[in-house]
Write a protein of this length. Sequence first.
Length: 503
Amino acid sequence: MHFSPVCCDNPMVVHLYDLRFCCCFPPGLRQILSDVVEEVKHSINKEINGAKLLNSLLNAPRLKSLLQVSLGALTSAHDTVAQKDYDPVLPPIPDNLADDEEAMRIVCLVKNKQQLGATIKRNGITGEIFGTDDPWRTDGLEPEQVIETLARSQGTLVFKVVPITDKPVSNQTILYVLVMADYSPQQDPAIPCAEAGMDFRKGDLLEIVDQSDTLWWQAKKLPSTSACAGLIPSTNLLRRKERVLVVSALPACIKPCELHSGFFLGFGLSREFFLATRRVLRLCRRQSLSTGSSQQSCYTRCSGSCYSALNNPYEEVVRYQCNPQDKHRLVTLVGPSGIGVSELRRRLIEINPVTFQGAVPHTTRAAKSHEESDKEYHFINRELFENMYKGHFYSTSFDAVKDVLNSGRICVIEIEPHAIQSVRTHELKAYIIYVKPPTAEQMKETRKDTQIATNDYVNIPFKVSPLMFFENVMVNDRLQDSCVQLLRAVRWAQGETQWVPAN
Ligand SMILES: Nc1ncnc2c1ncn2[C@@H]1O[C@H](COP(=O)(O)OP(=O)(O)OP(=O)(O)O)[C@@H](O)[C@H]1O
């Protein structure tokens, strides 16, 4: 080992970066060090035992005093460094910082020719981009100019990150949305930073805290205790992604799908893609509006939900607490045919006819002798009937529902899945209950006194895709239990704070 002391002109200046390579000592210390080195050289030449040499060296009074002096010199160097101002001269820390604010940080990046990913943010009110120090200031620069400068720079980039003194005044309104699509940032090659992304599934409730970017918004999933928001695609971006995905999901209900598989390659959407998607969606919508029983299996499967999800992947919702003067929420039952939706509705009304009432349906058939018009049915002609039910709840009109709600009663109706969207309005605030069949054995057991062929019902291909619209899912097993369950759910719906469509 060869060790020689190094001198420099100004022994009190110790540069932090060079501490490992440059030691500067005062003259007295330099002398002791030279003596020690001489002693070591001398011992080595005498070819004595290594362990002995080390032991005698460590116990040598000179080395001990050297260590003491060195420690003192280091402490003094540290104090000098701590007191000295180094270039570049940074602006003073704002003195009105709250005690709990994080301290100012100096961030040093070493950049080579590779790209440096950075998000540059501009304060919407002051126009300020972000504070850096002389010689490069961003004051008055456009974000594009800052990006250009960053891209051109090489070597060490030093940022001074100063905590904000005033909390930013957000000019954004917080938006709550019900999500109609699934999203995973890990599977999205287009997201700028997958780690900052937030995944969500159909039916999740999101609080959108920032929509200033056209492509990427920031949101929190509710209920959430996290202070951190994640990146999610904006409505337009998600719509674009969903258009690609929905076409791949459609062939199940659209029989001869003429789409070319090439359309699914990437998100670069061609004109052909849009035309094909539109054609498929039009078909889907037409089928979902169709009334014929032959189309039942198709529209119960897609139930127009793919169409609405594409249109509106984030449905705005608001928190709603029923006030005594408010009209009741519309209670809506949905389920496969023959499972007992009508039976449950009938029983609910029977239990408490003062509170519950069904909306009087319309029919085109002639009134029987004992039937009073507008009591069991509204008797109307075919032309009027066809005009009324287009896109609505078939034989039940909005007016019939509103009549019941205006009377102060709770209106209970049953609808087909494709009509779900028509009742999901801010005015009706429909509370939608999905009635499911029990297991095949239970179905046989509980329906043995009825005329229905139970096997046909449990295997019904009733796939309701907009599951996120159901606020309650119940199994119609034993009738008595189902009625109690239904009653409890309806009471809950009219009392608790809930999320309802904003529009
Ligand atoms: N939980 C139950 N236990 C026993 N029988 C039941 C139960 N639920 C319904 N039923 C009986 O099953 C039969 C079919 O019920 P219901 O008419 O209500 O079916 P639905 O789902 O309304 O069918 P559709 O829409 O075709 O009219 C009826 O005879 C009804 O009394």
